[in-house]
Design a protein around this ligand. Sequence first.
Ligand SMILES: Nc1ncnc2c1ncn2[C@@H]1O[C@H](COP(=O)(O)OP(=O)(O)O)[C@@H](O)[C@H]1O
Ligand SMILES: [Mg+2]
Length: 245
Amino acid sequence: MEHIIDIEHLQKHFGDLNVLHDVDFKVEKGEVVTIIGSSGSGKSTLLRCINLLEIPDGGEIRYKGSNILDAKMDKGDYRSKVLMVFQSFNLFNNLNVIENCMIGQIKVLKRSKEEAKKIAMERLKQVGMQEFANADSTKLSGGQKQRVAIARALCMDPEVLLFDEPTSALDPEMVGDVLAVMQDLAKQGLTMVIVTHEMQFAKDVSDRVIFMDKGVIAEQGTPKQIFENPQQERTKQFLSRFAAR
Ligand SMILES: Nc1ncnc2c1ncn2[C@@H]1O[C@H](COP(=O)(O)OP(=O)(O)O)[C@@H](O)[C@H]1O
Ligand SMILES: [Mg+2]
């Protein structure tokens, strides 16, 4: 079984605050893993470590077998293959929609402008945003911005997409459009790691659900195992708090 990402003994602290304690986390090619858990449990820090936005204090992160924390590793290549989609979209406000989708292809992948444009249009079409190709990215709704952010990531031919609460900043009526795009990507076999509070979505889309609590993976399993038959008391408590909302 090929693990595209294989993390062992991951540690991260901020000053005295120990945020990740000895986390082991593996992702297979084509797998959709969702991460649930209370605010402050370390979900974002785990994703940010995987993406090297935070440098871990200990442990190993192997990508296709190589430890990316090794000083000799080319981190640029890794960063262009394992991409993050943020809660706050992080579009380049000075660029229009299609330019947002072209710039990484041109600068990082060294594609020609014509090729980048062609691929950008295909990806925008995939997320239902082709009609907005020349729109000012600051004028879009949150749901539209997030779909452009996803298209921009797809333009890089990612091996893994990491999503950190991609729908948490959206008005409720926009959430469905973004989740539908992600569901479609899952069906196509894209490898995804998704931090989410959308429990129904997590049930529908995940191959595996991870429950994080206080900086550890408290429990993991299939959606059926986690949502219908959780084993740990803290998983049960978390899920019951959710059901009550
Ligand atoms: N850059 C940082 N500096 C200091 N503390 C941080 C930083 N990032 C996160 N934390 C703290 O680490 C803990 C886990 O945060 P986070 O990974 O964002 O949790 P989650 O995404 O599950 O809500 C929180 O207590 C948070 O305040
Ligand atoms: Mg978070």
